[in-house]
Design a protein around this ligand. Structure first.
Ligand code: DGY
Length: 321
């Protein structure tokens, strides 16, 4: 009988991935709706060869110590791996996998959904009806912003930023981006003008963030940078909450220094119910659902399973960080 590798899967994930892991490994799947607390995670990974993680799991040096020398691969079911100490993993010879590409379209769709919802005050409109305020068509009621002719500023022009740019062109928006690593001709082919970060902030009617969370992007959008934005501008964040200084964002929206915000990601997650941001009518917050389409989550799970199985077999991962 062939030996089956012992692995821990930290959440119930789509069968497209879980089925493949179950078929090949001796699997311990965390069954709760909430992620395992850190101490529990530490005890559950003891002696495993592979971990299939999600962005909720704190995977640091201590956790890898708790797993022990058997750990060969950490396969995360997301593209962002800011919860994993990748340097520590590599130092120990542990491979780290992620799921780039398959969630690009779904995440770009959510960025556009938030942009449209904030521009045209969709959530306020729903609440207006539900609270019994809608009495007639109103010539001056719930007026919002147009997309056509407006400037969309993109911070980051990687896969997701580019997918948002392609969508925004269909809405006849003018596109500027800050993306030091994007070749100018590639940006030009998308109809995007590359400019400095300050210029994006100053010119954007809608600002959409598409950079990973790293030490140098944490609180990249701080009080000073928010102060550069137009008073009417709307900030959209589908990347990671901590890229924006959330207290500074609250102050900027509250004091009408910017027009509003639409967030798929917050810092922390979930956003506490008493967070002042949730009291502002021109702030929309949704619960990190950028990749939450059936097809996308199936693909993410399948890709995470492939990475895990490759790492267990001692091969390089199809998508290695
Ligand atoms: C990712 O893959 O990093 C996304 O945030 C998950 O939705």
């Amino acid at each position: 009988m062939t030996r089956r590798a012992k692995v821990f899967v930290s959440r119930i994930i789509p069968e497209a991935g879980l089925g493949r892991v179950r078929a090949a490994c001796d699997v311990d799947v965390w069954q709760d709706a909430l992620p395992p607390p850190y101490d529990v995670l530490k005890s559950r990974v003891f002696g495993v060869e592979g971990i299939l993680s999600t962005l909720n799991d704190q995977i640091d040096d201590e956790l890898m110590d708790a797993a022990g020398d058997s750990l060969k691969v950490i396969s995360q079911m997301s593209v962002g791996v800011d919860n994993i100490d990748v340097v520590a993993a590599h130092r120990r010879g542990i491979k780290v996998g992620n799921t780039p590409g398959v969630l690009t379209d779904a995440t770009a769709d959510i960025a556009m959904a938030l942009l449209l919802a904030a521009a045209r005050r969709i959530v306020e409109g729903v609440e207006y009806i539900q609270s019994g305020h809608w009495r007639t068509w109103e010539p001056m009621g719930l007026l919002g912003g147009d997309l056509s002719g407006a400037t969309l500023g993109l911070i980051g022009l990687g896969r997701i930023g580019r997918a948002v740019a392609r969508r925004a062109r269909g809405f006849e928006m003018r596109l500027v981006a800050h993306s030091p690593s994007c070749p100018a001709e590639e940006a030009a082919a998308l109809g995007v003008t590359l400019v400095s970060l300050e210029q994006v902030l100053r010119e954007a009617d809608y600002l959409s963030i598409h950079v990973p969370l790293k030490p140098d992007t944490r609180h990249m959008i701080d009080r000073d940078r928010l102060a550069l934005m137009k008073k009417s501008a709307i900030l959209i964040n589908t990347a990671r909450g901590a890229i924006v200084d959330q207290m500074a964002l609250y102050d900027a929206v509250k004091n009408r220094d910017i027009g509003g915000a639409a967030l798929d990601v917050t810092d922390p997650e979930p956003i506490p119910l008493n967070d002042p941001l949730l009291t502002l009518p021109n702030v929309i917050v949704v619960p990190h659902i950028g990749s939450a389409s059936h097809r996308t989550r199936d693909k993410m799970a399948a890709m995470a399973a492939e990475n895990l199985l490759a790492g267990l077999a001692g091969h390089s991962l199809p998508n290695e960080v």
